[in-house]
Design a protein. Structure first.
Length: 328
């Protein structure tokens, strides 16, 4: 009788853990950065100056990492969090974009020139965000991310209502700052697209080597790269790209508004909108209970390659936007 109770209790515990893990795996919805920034400005009795929307979006993205169902899961040491991998992969993608944005904000957008002083709040936020995401104590990743949020809130407050001119925070909506961020975005999107494409593992030439050089009239053997993502890692790569493009979509929308004047003067708003459209497509609902890895025109879809298609087009748009802005 006791054995039966133990078995039933164990089965119920497994079912409960599975149900919780499914609930914790739901990704946060996207939101409208402009509407959310307007709500926060009203709530905090602040003026929406240039840079307010981007900073508010950064703050909210970080808050969602901590406050979503299950909280921050990457550094969990207990089940069911320790047994989950899709949501931690999603969190890794989000963190990549947030870290890039804060670094560019600290080093470029908040400074009038390279010799000017670094904003003290951003100087605190940037290293706090770069703590090892697997750290779970002394200090925990969550505590450091909360410190980064507090620093970003302080920076935003100083943007809108400085107590003294010397304490005023700045956000320079210039084309060079936007280009600096877009160049980082372009590289990130290229890496994401390549990682997603590796789900197929089709052979291709490794152009990093001098493969066609001849030696004594004999052609060298071509070096072929046949790297393929391990089957058990395909869903991790997919969800990391989902998290990265989720955060990038929100940041791109907020930067479009804060850099509206620059984009309109360059007649680049259409290109920016096209990039945003491609990023929005990456967030369509995945109806399959698992990430599939079909081949060619078979019956089974390849979710990674579908995602890679949208990411590649967003990257191409980013390259076009950089070229337009650099020709000003």
């Amino acid at each position: 009788m006791n054995t039966k109770k133990i078995v039933i209790g164990g089965a119920l515990a497994v079912l409960l853990g599975y149900a919780v893990s499914v609930y914790w795996s739901f990704e946060p919805d996207t939101f409208s950065p402009s509407k959310y920034a307007a709500q926060q400005a009203t709530l905090n009795h602040q003026q929406q100056v240039i840079g307010y929307e981007t900073t508010t979006t950064l703050i909210h993205i970080n808050q969602l990492l901590l406050d979503k169902p299950g909280g921050f899961l990457t550094n969990d040491r207990l089940p069911p969090g320790v047994l989950m991998d899709n949501m931690p992969s999603w969190e890794a993608g989000v963190l990549t974009q947030v870290r890039d944005m804060v670094l560019i904000l600290k080093d470029r957008i908040s400074r009038s020139q390279n010799e000017s002083h670094i904003d003290p709040d951003l100087k605190e936020a940037q290293p706090a965000l770069n703590i090892n995401s697997h750290s779970w104590n002394f200090p925990s990743a969550e505590s450091q991310y909360q410190e980064a949020i507090d620093s970003l809130i302080s920076y935003r407050d100083r943007l809108t209502a400085p107590k003294k001119p010397s304490q005023q925070a700045t956000f320079y909506a210039r084309d060079d700052g936007l280009v600096a961020w877009l160049e980082v975005v372009q590289n990130r999107l290229g890496s994401i697209s390549q990682d997603l494409g590796s789900s197929v593992g089709e052979a291709h030439l490794n152009i990093d080597h001098d493969q066609l050089a001849e030696s004594n009239g004999v052609m060298r053997e071509l070096k072929v790269d046949n790297t393929q993502t391990p089957w058990l890692k395909i869903d991790n790569v997919f969800y990391e790209s989902r998290g990265s493009t989720w955060a990038l979509l929100l940041l791109m929308q907020s930067m479009r508004d804060d850099f509206k004047e620059v984009l309109e003067e360059s007649k680049a708003m259409v290109v920016m909108d096209q990039i945003i459209n491609e990023l929005e497509a990456t967030q369509e609902t995945v109806w399959s209970p698992m990430i599939l890895n079909g081949n060619g025109f078979g019956l089974i879809a390849n979710h990674s390659l579908i995602m890679a298609n949208y990411v590649s087009r967003a990257q191409a748009g980013t390259v076009d936007l950089i070229n337009i802005l650099e020709k000003r």
